[in-house]
Write a protein that binds this ligand. Structure first.
Ligand SMILES: NC(=O)c1ccc[n+]([C@@H]2O[C@H](COP(=O)([O-])OP(=O)(O)OC[C@H]3O[C@@H](n4cnc5c(N)ncnc54)[C@H](OP(=O)(O)O)[C@@H]3O)[C@@H](O)[C@H]2O)c1
Length: 267
């Protein structure tokens, strides 16, 4: 039975993961801003957390420590996709994208590493994306955050191994959650009156169709993979999950960039 803190646990992948880990008997602190979705769930401890607010991060960590005196697993899952062309997305929005997906994750991690170091034991699981491995049009700011998560993850793994801390990254492909609708709406909003408007609106509509279809993997595919990592004695450093995810990462590594550009632009 492990003490687990998971961010972005009020929806999608995080919610499914929190539920699964709780049914396995772990002590799960499910963190997020909108806690209503957690109210009816048994055996889950809901934890208010705005990942962009230092005080909120501090009090969330203090609460878990005061109640459990340890944190075995941190799952950095909170995130959203600020879609739009590099030119169109305002730097204020781009900064917020980094605040949530990168600096929030980093701040929480910095506060939990000393706890795990003291325990000489712990596991940090970072939820990246296949878009931490390659990019596509209109996702540049989001992809930049996931590339950053990959770099932080890989460095952290090297630095904390000596203190008994495991670090694992999960790279999901497209998963059927609200993430896609939020990203598609942001793409449409950012493109109003822009040079990319026609193309961006077409992409936004395609995203909405895709993320409401049954073509994509369900969030349970990722939650099972995360739970598997939590329960494994010697987890791998990297897991690619979801329909098509391994294929695109492989394709990107073996074919010339300009050909990959053509393929990814069509999709
Ligand atoms: N769905 C996909 O296709 C896909 C693919 C690859 C990777 N991912 C990654 O998987 C993770 C989970 O995404 P999802 O698909 O489950 O999306 P989702 O259903 O939209 O859930 C996102 C979660 O992030 C939380 N969040 C957003 N802003 C936050 C903030 N400022 N402070 C604290 N929490 C915040 C939300 O909680 P509150 O609003 O309650 O705060 C929510 O619980 C993200 O990191 C995403 O980038 C998703």
């Amino acid at each position: 039975m492990k003490v687990i803190l998971i961010t972005g646990a009020t929806n999608g992948i995080g919610l499914e993961t929190a539920k699964l880990l709780a049914t396995q008997g772990h002590i799960v602190y499910a963190a997020g801003r909108n806690l209503e979705k957690l109210e009816s769930l048994n055996n889950i401890k809901s934890l208010y957390l705005d990942i962009t607010d230092e005080k909120s991060i501090e009090s969330a960590v203090n609460k878990v420590i005061s109640e459990q005196d340890r944190i075995d697993v941190l799952i950095n899952n909170a995130g959203y996709g600020s879609y739009g062309s590099i030119e169109d997305v305002s730097l204020t929005e781009a900064r917020n994208q980094f605040d949530v997906n990168v600096f929030g994750l980093a701040s929480l991690t910095q506060k939990i590493i000393p706890v795990m170091r003291k325990q000489n034991d712990g596991h940090i699981i970072n939820i990246s994306s296949i878009y931490g491995r390659f990019t596509a049009s209109f996702g540049g700011w989001y992809h930049a955050t996931k590339y950053a998560v990959e770099a932080l993850n890989d460095t952290l793994r090297l630095e904390t191994k000596q203190y008994g801390i495991e670090v694992t990254v999960i790279e999901p492909g497209p998963i059927k959650t609200d993430w896609g609708i939020i990203a598609a709406n942001k793409l449409a909003d950012s493109a109003q009156g822009s040079a990319y408007e026609k193309q961006a609106l077409k992409s936004s509509n395609r995203m909405k169709k895709l993320y409401t279809s049954n073509l994509l993997s369900k969030p349970q595919v990722v939650s099972k993979a995360i739970a598997n990592v939590v329960n494994k004695k010697q987890p791998k450093v990297r897991y690619v999950v979801g329909r098509g995810a391994k294929f695109f990462i492989f394709l990107n590594t073996i074919i010339p960039t300009r050909i990959f550009d053509k393929i990814i632009s069509k999709i």
